[in-house]
Design a protein. Structure first.
Length: 55
């Protein structure tokens, strides 16, 4: 999870530094945020499944 979030953060910084402000940079930020959200949800689901297996 941490590696995936680090890659997404690196891409976000690269997009911020290389793209001009506007519609495409905003779209890039939205997509990267969506992927980060999915990574976090996947981690939370895996932890919940692990807790259920222990019960």
């Amino acid at each position: 999870m941490w590696v995936a979030l680090l890659v997404i953060a690196t891409l976000a910084v690269a997009a911020w530094q290389t793209m001009e402000p506007g519609r495409y940079r905003s779209l890039c930020w939205i997509l990267l945020g969506f992927f980060a959200f999915r990574v976090i949800l996947g981690k939370l689901k895996a932890e919940a499944d692990a807790r259920r297996r222990l019960q």
